[in-house]
Ligand binder design. Structure first.
Ligand SMILES: Nc1ncnc2c1ncn2[C@@H]1O[C@H](COP(=O)(O)OP(=O)(O)OP(=O)(O)O)[C@@H](O)[C@H]1O
Length: 842
């Protein structure tokens, strides 16, 4: 029970329960609902029921006469279960029955007969009134009685243990809920206004009462019919008097009066309560609309009720309610919202951060105000006091548990919140399904919700990872989340001054498009103190350049190289499909993930263009000469290559480590793959005259300034494979100029050591064709390259599941002491570092 939200109210209300019961009990005898015989008789007679009723009564009377006075006496006096109503009726004939009896005077037996007759008339008239009400009578008084009856029915339905008999037992706790919805609400309002700790409980009551009253009104409206306005007037008057009168039931029944009853039947009580709250939104909304159309009076009443709800909710959480009709749904919404944040608070591990988030919430900008979720949450943060129960359950949900209704709802809300939160996270990750389950989305989103905006202050900069031409990369932790990111920080002023803003813009745009296992994920971006920041996926394994240095002989084994270039090929294929020509392929830009797979980074030199991906039915008609590059015109340096179509001879068995047995038995995997449809996503029309790239990797067409397209990526791809296998680039000269000259003029040669397969060399040769039009990949892009024998046996679709090459022990991954934000000023120190050049020709 202690965890039941309503407990507060139950305890508080319990003190007022006894006088309330007394007053209600007495009031029932005098109010319209408990009409005395005196009050009841005249209307019955006036309404023309006399004939039928009296006929019945007379028949009954006659039967009594037949039984004689004894029978009557025994029958009457032995009625141990007689109610106060019956007792009053009994006294009437004795004390006041004469004027009402048509048979004045006579014997005692006759008096008793009259008394009984009066009683019967009274009872019958009451029943007739009820019956008549259910048939929509025109009497305001009957409307009132009908309303009471319907309310009673409602209560009986709602209360699991309720029955009509409970009324006779004086079960005010049940009756009063339905009889006085408006007054209950007023009481509830005053309670909530006077006592802030009870605010939350009052919220619960508001929801409950609002829905109850709405339901009451609907029930009444169905019965009132066209004379409803009169009934309403009558009822209004009652309320008016109730305002100054301590006897009226409405006045004496606070909303909380029902709680002790529920306390005695906690399960059913909670059940009813939760159902009411849960349906308040839709039910109220629907019924309000319906009633507004069909029954003006009821609509009016509902508006009043809604106003009450609005008044009560307003100071708590829903400050944006613009009309009463929506207030209930807002109320429900606010609960959902706060359930969300309660969950998120639980997920968060940093208390101080939450506190700062809360304190910052008041400073949330217009963005928050436009977002109802944020607004509601913000308001709740500002106005909701903590609930001790919530504190007990989860200290971190302070201020968030205010909307919890009960343990069950809390449990539900937690799970609901998680799923809601996940859904929201998914939506926040946009079109990036492969990363949608990454918890970092949620961490970031949580901060954004809490503070309205993400900034550098939310990150601990732990380590400088590298310094590029346009910015510096830091390993950064989103404070309190245990989530690590690569934070690229760029100085906008510097970018503008050095005309590098377009490069930064290009990188940002490309990063935003990416969703690929071998490409970085951009989680978010923000500008802080004129610094543009990209929050990206962090790759802890260093880059392939460093990794190569650590290999024996400073070069990768062929299987390792094959693995890396295969993954890079998929990344390039994806980029080309998006219309991105990468242009800056080199080992330094290929990072190694923790799991050993790769991530291609650095897109500021990329070229964006249009592309028209097509699916080719079969690509088995690949030109063998292009596959080997032997007839590319660039001069084959392979000593075994004599004829133009020499690729078979070049595959010298002496050099090929692969056994040929299986090839003769069944079709090779490569040939099977070749028969499959191939996606060709090569931006063949793209042209650029920019002089971009790294000297040793520059394609001849770039150096010559002839204009270039996507084929430059296949050139660099050849240089990249060469470097991985041989530990150096193929055209490197003593200086940059010589290197450039070599790229254009020098024939491709392969060192004798290390020994590399013919397939590998053939692939390199096919790629390092100086004329781009003859280069492998130019025509059909990555699809062409994938089919090269070098990749034979590779399952492209499952490469991300393949076991990566074994990594040497990673560098020390211990985090340095948290950097002071003031050290951020160092980030431009390295801006001129690196060998990368850019000569903008236009
Ligand atoms: N996501 C990342 N995870 C880990 N380290 C990274 C990440 N991104 C970059 N780095 C490191 O930071 C270094 C600098 O990266 P960045 O891409 O900004 O500069 P760059 O490669 O010199 O390119 P440019 O000058 O063209 O921007 C990289 O060489 C790499 O070592």
């Amino acid at each position: 029970m202690s965890s039941y939200t309503g407990t507060c109210e139950i305890v508080e209300a319990g003190r007022e329960l006894k006088p309330v019961q007394r007053s209600v009990r007495s009031s029932r005898l005098h109010s319209g609902s408990g009409l005395s015989d005196k009050d009841r008789k005249p209307p019955v007679l006036k309404l023309g029921y006399k004939d039928s009723l009296e006929g019945d009564i007379n028949r009954l009377f006659e039967s009594i006469n037949l039984k004689g006075p004894k029978g009557l006496s025994v029958s009457y006096q032995g009625d141990a279960s007689s109610s106060s109503l019956k007792k009053n009726a009994l006294k009437k004939p004795i004390a006041m029955g004469m004027p009402h009896s048509p048979r004045i005077g006579g014997s005692e037996r006759l008096s008793l007969k009259h008394a009984l007759r009066d009683l019967c008339i009274s009872r019958a008239s009451e029943m007739a009134a009820m019956k008549r009400l259910s048939m929509s009578t025109s009497s305001p008084r009957f409307s009132e009685a009908g309303r009471i009856k319907s309310l009673f029915d409602t209560v009986v339905v709602e209360s699991s243990g309720g029955s009509g008999h409970r009324i006779d037992e004086g079960n005010q706790g049940v009756v009063e809920i339905s009889l006085v919805p408006e007054e209950s609400k007023l009481q509830s309002l005053s309670q909530s206004t006077n006592s802030s700790p009870r605010f939350v409980c009052a919220t619960t009551e508001i929801s409950t009462e609002a829905s109850t009253s709405s339901r009451t009104d609907v029930s009444a409206s169905r019965q009132v019919g066209t004379k409803a306005p009169k009934a309403e007037l009558h009822r209004k008057e009652e309320h008016t008097s109730a305002g100054n009168n301590t006897v009226e039931p409405e006045k004496t029944v606070p909303a909380s009066t029902k709680l002790p009853k529920r306390a005695s039947t906690p399960k059913s009580g909670r059940k009813v309560r939760l159902q009411v709250v849960a349906t308040s939104s839709s039910m109220n909304g629907n019924k309000v609309n319906r009633m507004t159309r069909n029954a003006p009076r009821v609509a009016k009443t509902v508006v009043r009720n809604k106003s009450l709800v609005k008044k009560k909710i307003k100071p708590e959480s829903i400050s944006t309610t613009s009309n009463g009709v929506n207030s209930s749904s807002d109320s429900t919404m606010s609960q959902l919202v706060c359930q969300r944040c309660q969950c998120s608070m639980k997920n968060s591990s940093n208390e101080s951060n939450q506190d700062s988030m809360k304190s910052n919430a008041s400073g949330v900008s217009a963005e928050v105000n436009s977002n109802p979720v944020k607004l509601a949450e913000n308001n709740s943060n500002k106005t909701q006091p903590p609930i001790p129960r919530a504190k007990k359950k989860s200290p971190k949900s302070r201020g968030k548990g205010d909307f919890s209704q009960s343990p069950s709802s809390l449990g539900d809300s937690t799970s609901t919140s998680i799923s809601d939160y996940s859904n929201l996270s998914r939506s926040s990750c946009g079109n990036r399904p492969h990363m949608s389950k990454d918890v970092k989305w949620e961490a970031i989103r949580h901060v954004k919700i809490q503070d309205g905006i993400l900034g550098l202050r939310h990150f601990n900069l732990l380590k400088k990872l590298g310094c590029g031409d346009i910015g510096t990369i830091y390993l950064a932790e989103l404070i309190g989340t245990n989530c690590f990111f690569a934070l690229k920080i760029m100085d906008n002023e510097y970018l503008v001054r050095r005309k590098k803003m377009p490069r930064a813009q290009t990188e940002r745009e490309i990063l935003r498009m990416l969703d690929h296992p071998f490409l970085p994920t951009l989680y978010t971006q923000f500008t802080s103190d004129n610094l543009s920041c990209l929050v990206m996926e962090y790759c802890p394994g260093g880059d392939l350049h460093v990794l190569r240095q650590r290999q024996p002989g400073r070069c990768f084994s062929e299987p390792a190289a094959r693995f890396y270039v295969a993954e890079v090929l998929l990344a390039l294929e994806y980029l080309h499909m998006l219309g991105v020509i990468y242009r800056d392929l080199k080992p330094e830009n290929i990072l190694v993930r923790e799991d050993g797979h790769i991530m291609l980074t650095d897109f500021d030199l990329s070229l964006r263009c249009s592309v028209n991906p097509t699916l080719l039915k079969s690509s088995s008609n690949l030109d063998p000469a292009r596959m080997s590059g032997s007839c590319g015109g660039s001069g084959c340096a392979e000593p075994f290559c004599i004829e133009p179509s020499c690729q078979i001879r070049c595959f010298s068995p002496r050099l090929s480590p692969a056994p040929t047995k299986t090839k003769t038995v069944r079709p090779s995997h490569a040939s099977q793959v070749r028969s499959l449809p191939q996606l060709v996503a090569e931006p063949t029309d793209a042209r650029s005259n920019s002089f971009v790239g790294t000297h040793e990797y520059l394609a001849p067409e770039i150096i010559k300034g002839e204009g270039h397209g996507a084929a430059v990526d296949w050139w660099t791809y050849g240089v990249f494979l060469y470097e991985l296998l041989y530990g150096k680039t193929p055209f490197k000269g003593a200086g940059n100029d010589e290197t450039l000259a070599n790229v254009v003029l020098q024939s491709l040669t392969f060192p004798e050591s290390p020994i590399v397969s013919v397939q590998a060399r053939e692939l390199i040769r096919g790629l390092l064709v100086k004329e781009p039009e003859n280069r492998l990949g130019t025509e059909k892009g990555a699809a062409e390259i994938k089919q090269h024998p070098f990749f034979e046996g590779l399952n492209w679709a499952l490469i991300r599941c393949a076991v990566p090459p074994e990594l040497p022990e990673l560098y020390e991954f211990g985090f340095p002491a948290v950097m002071s934000p003031k050290t951020k000023s160092n980030y431009l120190e390295c801006k001129a570092a690196g060998e990368q050049l850019e000569f903008e020709l236009f």
